[in-house]
Design a binder for this molecule. Structure first.
Ligand SMILES: [Zn+2]
Length: 88
């Protein structure tokens, strides 16, 4: 059996298999987006497909740490909306 790589959710801190997490990407053009394909260019961080985890990540500044930049409230809001629109 092929080993499935694990990543840590930046919200709840749980390790999960990569396909069960959502990738958030900070693109070279300084935009943040949800990357369902996992193929976008840029620095990525992983999170559960769960708005509660995104809220935790925003509150704890985990996004800022993961991406080494300050994530604005507007960006956080855009990510919330993108996450909600994903198919579960
Ligand atoms: Zn989580």
């Amino acid at each position: 059996m092929k080993k499935i790589p694990e990543r840590t959710c930046i919200g709840c801190g749980q390790k999960k298999e990569k396909p069960n997490l959502i990738r958030i990407v900070h693109s070279p053009d300084d935009t943040f987006s949800i990357d369902p394909t996992g193929r976008k260019n840029g620095r990525g961080a992983y999170i559960c497909n769960d708005s509660a985890c995104l809220e935790k990540a925003i509150k704890r500044k985990a996004l800022d740490r993961a991406f080494k930049v300050t994530v604005s409230e507007d960006t956080a809001q855009a990510l919330r909306e993108e996450l909600i629109q994903l198919d579960r």
